[in-house]
Write a protein that binds this ligand. Sequence first.
Ligand code: MG
Length: 343
Amino acid sequence: MILRFQPHSLELKHAFNIANHSRTATPAMLVEVEQDGVTGYGEAAMPPYLGESPETAAAFLRLVDLARFPDPFQLEEILPAIDALAPGNTAAKAAVDIALHDWIGKKLGAPWHRLWGLNPAKTPVTSFTIGLDTAEIVRQKTREAAPYRIIKVKLDRDTDRMMIGTIRSVTDKPVTVDANQGWTDRNEALQKIEWLATQGVVFIEQPMPRAQLDDTAWLRARSPLPLIADESCQRLSDVARLRGVFDGINIKLMKCTGLREAHRMLTLARALGLKVMLGCMTETSCAISAAAQLSPLADWADLDGALLIKNDLFDGATIVDGKVTLPDRPGIGAVKRLPSSGS
Ligand code: MG
C-alpha cells in the first residue's frame, strides 16, 4: 500500500477567536493511501495551539511504512503499530486511520455507518459555532446560523453577557456554551452557569482547565446544566477517570487518532453512563464525513468544521435542515472536488 501526503491551508470564512487566541487559517495535511486501484482519503487538521504542524505531520508520516502490512484490512495490527511510532501526533495518526477506513469501505463497497450497523436516518442535529467577537459580527453569524437548530457559543471570562445577550437579540434557539477551560474559579463558574441556565443554554463544554478535575467534580455536583469534557478528554485512556467529574465527553477524531479509537470511546462512554458529543476542528468534508459516519451513535454533533472554511476540497456529509446527512457512498463518504497537484 502506498501513502501520499500533501499540506493544505484551510482558509476560514471568519477569523476564529477562542479564549486565548485568534487565527484566519488552520494548517492541514491531506493523506491518500492507494492499493489495487482504490484510493482512500484522510486528513489531519492541526490548530496551532494543539502542537502539531505540517512539519511535524510530514515528519511523522515519513515514519509510516504501510508496505510492512500485507493486508490493509488488519487495522488491529496496523493502527497500534502506527500509534507506537511516536507519542502525540494524534491528528497525523487520525489522517492515516481515516484514509485506511476509507480504503476498506471502498474496497467493500459499503459506507462505514453500514459496516458498524448504524441507521443513517438517526444522525443527530449539529450545532453551528459562533466564536468570540464584536456584537456586530456575532449578530451577523447568528443570522448565518439560521439553518441550524442549535448554536454553540465560545465564551471567555468577561464576554459571556454580551455574547449571550447579542445572540438572544436575534434568536431563541437552544445554545450550548464552550468555555474552552476559561473559568478558573469554581464559585465564579457556578454563578455563570446558574445565569446561563436561565438563558436557554443546554450544556457547558469544558468550563474549567483540563487538569482541574476536583474543581470540575465540585462544580458538576452543583451545576444546573450538564458539563461536557473536551480538553480533559483526548483519548480512550482518559474516559474512565471522567466518570463522576463530567456528564459527557466530546470525541474528536483529531484528538483521539481516528475512527477506530473514537468508536471505542463511544462504546466505553455509553457503558459508563456518559453522554457523547461528536466534535471537530476546522476540517474539510473529508474528516467531517468520517466523523459523521459515527454520528448516529452520538447524543449531539458539533460537525460544522467544513462550513467554516472557504476552500473545502471534498464533497461529503452535508447539513440538511440542521441535521447531519450522510451521502450514500462507500468508505467515509467523501469525494475529492479538485485534482490533487501532488498525486
Ligand atoms: Mg471545545
